[in-house]
Design a protein around this ligand. Structure first.
Ligand code: GDP
Length: 690
């Protein structure tokens, strides 16, 4: 995917107003974008070039206009001189007037021409109005430099939106060895929120013939398996909330087949498009489940039509994308869908080597209070056994227990199946590869080396000054810090929360969200200690707070907020960010009044006995006095009295005495306008860009 940049960030980089950039993008045919939309670097370049071009033209026109003005002045001077000379010459022979007139006419013509040229030039040229400094020819070079810089920054800064899965986490490729075994397809159900993914997954699970015999699931591990006619299908769970893009992307990457659920009554929606992107990026075939066909407004052909745009062409539209109408709720069409899954899987000829050393990919991981770090692993190759020493990212351990997808303890698990692994020293991250290693010594050494390498990278990252730091240094922005510490039940949620918070961070220049620590498990004393040191707020997601941490937080005045729903956490943070913004004051008209009677009192001065006609008057307000539409005074309202007493404010329709030392020429009937600096509530709308 080409490098992406947010429009407002690009505008900032180029020293432009965002609206100006949006205007140019609209001219380029990109109308459905807003300040927080992302565009790719090529589009960014094209927009900047168009701007530069426009600015250059505007400048050229301005220069032409200036030249025309010079020509006009010269022509005028010349004509006047000629007229003078002609007049002088004509004096002796009055019959020769014509040339002088002609000359005068000629001058007039030139003048008209020049005026026309000047008129054209005065026409405000949009680009000239908001053309940034670099648009001047001498600094056009800077534009190129800035773009190159931007590209460089994107190159360095922007983590790839989706971290690709390591090669070992994918299906083995190449020649199928003789000893290979067939493995079940791994299926991810993706689609827009509320289109019925959960309902469909549950309904599909219920079709499992074995399920009834085993008495259902005891402990859900984030993946499941069903068996029909001796054939198995593995489903991995993918969270639905918008913030979990990364996890869904991973779900798409580990899958052999993506089921794209599209509600027939709702059609193609943002997360539908996102899901198509994930599947295509991972090169995984898509089966479309057109769901909710039982609904009155359901129109499967409209969904098929809409999907054409994303190169998903239904078979009855002449393409080869399998689209199955279903009702997850009424359990209609499920057999057909399962049949199609098995059909697509059969074509893929999925295999694994059971005899090589174990490798697996983590699809879910978390912390359990009594059992410690847990991870659900999809066994890719080989076999994993209780007692094996395994390595996963920077963590390792000897496997104490393995559970199958129903939570039932097993001694080993072969390739193609999900299994819950207990015994790691820390919670791994989803998407990481788990491998069996020789022994504890090797595991510890490799995990240590990897940890060191990660820390080095992190240090480098910290050393790099952020754009906001730069602003801060330049004193252009008062940037306030919002320090946060994140705890969640699983790493996926921590990452999702981090991603979503960084998204918010990018949307508001004046607040800098710093995530000072992240972790899995309940909020504990060391979290609170760290929060004290860094003045951070602790956000817990799906986790409890240890009693000792509660007590410590109380005495140390550390705020701990826990959430069950991610968008509630995000809403809270958004509110906190807006609350931290400096208030903006703007001069506004606060009221009007009219002078009814003028009192001239010696030693005190002139007091206008007035009525407030609307709004209010307030002491020290700015005041404009007009008479018959003409301004007679502009200054400050210095004294405001009501019933002999000084008043701070007087509301309409009350009467009052108004005076100012700077103006004594009051007359009855004078109109007053009062203005004051009013605090404008800060209102920032955040956009969910994921
Ligand atoms: P998810 O957000 O994609 O996981 O969607 P859910 O499975 O939670 O379903 C969202 C809503 O749609 C729920 O109220 C379901 O009962 C309803 N729903 C799901 N499938 C169907 C269906 O086939 N027909 C109808 N009428 N409603 C459905």
């Amino acid at each position: 995917m080409a490098k992406q940049v947010r429009i407002f960030q690009l505008a900032k980089k180029l020293g432009l107003r965002t609206e100006a950039l949006l205007k140019v993008l609209a001219e380029m045919g990109l109308e459905d974008v807003s300040a927080t939309s992302s565009i790719d670097i090529e589009t960014a370049k094209a927009a900047a070039e168009l701007l530069a071009e426009q600015a250059k033209e505007a400048r050229k026109r301005a220069e032409e206009a200036a030249a025309a003005e010079v020509a006009r002045l010269e022509a005028e001077a010349k004509a006047a001189q000629e007229a003078q000379e002609a007049a002088a010459e004509a004096q002796p022979a009055a019959a020769e007037e014509a040339p002088a007139e002609e000359a005068a006419e000629g001058a007039a013509e030139t003048e008209e021409g020049a005026e026309a040229a000047a008129g054209e030039a005065e026409e405000p040229e949009a680009p000239a109005r908001w053309a940034p400094a670099w648009a001047a020819p001498e600094s056009l070079r800077t534009l190129e430099e800035q773009l190159a810089e931007l590209e460089q920054e994107l190159e360095e800064d922007d983590e790839p939106i989706f971290v690709p899965l390591p090669e070992e986490a994918r299906r083995p490729k190449g020649e199928r060895p003789d000893n290979a075994t067939d493995v079940p397809p791994v299926v991810s159900v993706l689609g827009h929120v509320d289109h019925g993914k959960t309902t469909l997954l549950d309904a599909l699970r219920e079709t499992d013939v074995v399920d009834g015999e085993h008495g259902g699931i005891t402990q859900h591990i984030g993946a499941s398996e069903i068996e029909l006619d001796d054939q198995k299908i593995v489903f991995v769970d993918t969270p639905g909330h918008a913030a979990f893009t990364q996890m869904r992307a991973r779900g798409g990457q580990v899958a052999d087949i993506v089921i794209l659920v599209v509600a027939a009554d709702d059609g193609v929606m943002p997360q539908t498009i996102e899901a198509i992107g994930h599947a295509k990026a991972a090169d995984v075939p898509i089966i479309v489940a057109i769901n909710k066909i039982d609904m009155p407004g359901a129109d499967p052909s409209r969904v098929k039509q809409a999907l054409l745009e994303y190169e998903l062409v239904a078979e009855d539209f002449g393409g080869d994308t399998i689209m199955v109408p279903v009702s997850a709720l009424k359990k209609e069409g499920l057999d057909n869908l399962l049949e199609m899954i098995l059909l697509v899987a059969e074509v893929q000829e999925l295999w694994a080597d059971p005899d090589v050393s174990f490798t697996g990919v983590v699809v879910e991981a978390g912390m359990d209070d009594s059992r410690g770090p847990l991870s659900t692993v999809l066994v890719r190759n080989g076999e994993v056994k209780v007692g094996d020493v395994v390595l996963c990212g920077t963590t390792w351990g000897r496997i104490r227990r393995l559970n199958d997808w129903r939570g039932k303890s097993v001694k080993s698990m072969g390739p193609g199946h999900p299994v819950e692994v207990i015994g790691l020293s820390e919670v791994p991250q989803s998407g990481q590869v788990m491998t069996a290693v020789e022994g504890v010594k090797e595991a510890r050494a490799t995990a240590g080396d990897r940890g060191d390498a990660l820390r080095d990278v992190a240090m480098e990252g910290n050393a790099r000054a952020s754009l906001k730091d730069l602003y801060r240094e330049l004193g252009e922005l008062t940037v306030k810090d919002l320090n946060l510490s994140l705890k969640a039940d699983v790493w996926g949620s921590v990452q999702a929360l981090e991603d979503a918070l960084m998204d918010l961070n990018d949307q508001l220049d004046e607040i800098d969200i710093n995530i000072i620590s992240m972790g899995v498990g309940e909020v504990n004393e060391s979290d609170v200690m760290l929060a004290v040191a860094s003045e951070a707020i602790i956000l817990g997601f799906h986790v409890g707070i240890a009693d000792a941490a509660v007590r410590m937080a109380e005495t140390e005045h550390v705020e701990i907020r826990t959430y069950e729903i991610i968008y509630e956490a995000l809403e809270d943070i958004q509110a906190a960010m807006v609350g931290m913004l400096d208030p903006i004051f703007e001069e506004r008209v606060i009221g009007h009044g009219r002078a009814l009677r003028i009192f001239r009192i010696s030693r005190i001065g002139v007091i206008a006995g007035s009525v407030i006609t609307d709004g209010h008057a307030q002491r020290n307000a700015k005041m404009t006095v007009t008479r018959a539409g003409e301004t007679v005074f502009e200054g400050t309202l210095q004294s405001l009295r009501r019933f002999e007493n000084e008043a701070r404010t007087v509301e309409a329709p009350n009467e009052c005495g108004i005076a100012t030392n700077d103006f004594r020429g009051w007359e009855e009937g004078d109109e007053m306008e009062f203005r004051a600096d009013v605090e404008i509530p800060r209102n920032t709308t955040f956009k969910n860009t994921r």
